[in-house]
Design a protein around this ligand. Sequence first.
Ligand code: MG
Ligand code: MG
Length: 260
Amino acid sequence: MVKPKTQEEIELLRINGDLVSRTLAEVGKVVAPGVTTKQLDRVAETFIRDHGAVPNFLGYDGFPASICASVNDVVVHGFPSDYVLKEGDIVSVDLGTLFKGYNGDSAYTFPVGEVDAETRKLLQVTKESLYRGIAAAVAGNRTGDIGHAVQSYCESFGYGVVRELEGHGIGRDMHENPGVPNYGKPGHGVKLLDGMTICIEPMINAGTRGVYLARNGWAVHTSDHKKSAHFELTVVVRNGKAEQLSTFDYIEKDTSINFV
Ligand code: MG
Ligand code: MG
């Protein structure tokens, strides 16, 4: 049984959601050809700490950095490294905060310079599928309704929906119940209650849905090495309409991200 959050808890999650959103925008400002993913990590960690919060990814199960930086065929959990981003790459930046005992967690996939039309489409569709998932995150629905909304939209473009990883509840822990898969059947799964806080995070592959784990035990790659996109927002389930606790507005107004 998943307990809905109190209004006080939701406000603390909203503060974290806002900080995570602004941190992603700071990172987005420096994404460019010639920049290393380690530099992105430094920008995020500095911004989070400057705001009195802690990067909750750092040390999580031994994760060595403050962000996941997943380039091209890396779906999620890429380590920031000395890899130099180049024109046409995409980089998924996933990051989180811990502030006043509560967590934030969101992700955005940035194009590096100009990307080809096929890649822009993958980014557009993945982001739109997240919004479709959010629209299904209403009290009385089930997690399968969210998954179905994401899956049916993405598969209609021939994309692969990753099954091995999923969204999750969020609160005092970054990962709480329920799991929120990106696939599913309407009316199946855990029932959503007003006040439940969840992260929805479609991981969508340009080709096959198959993935494998890199030898470092973290980075998840597409089996066919085609690109993969990942967008994540935190929302609170409400009667009638889910409410976003994090947003891409800071990113999309502050930078020249244009794949829409
Ligand atoms: Mg997450
Ligand atoms: Mg995340």
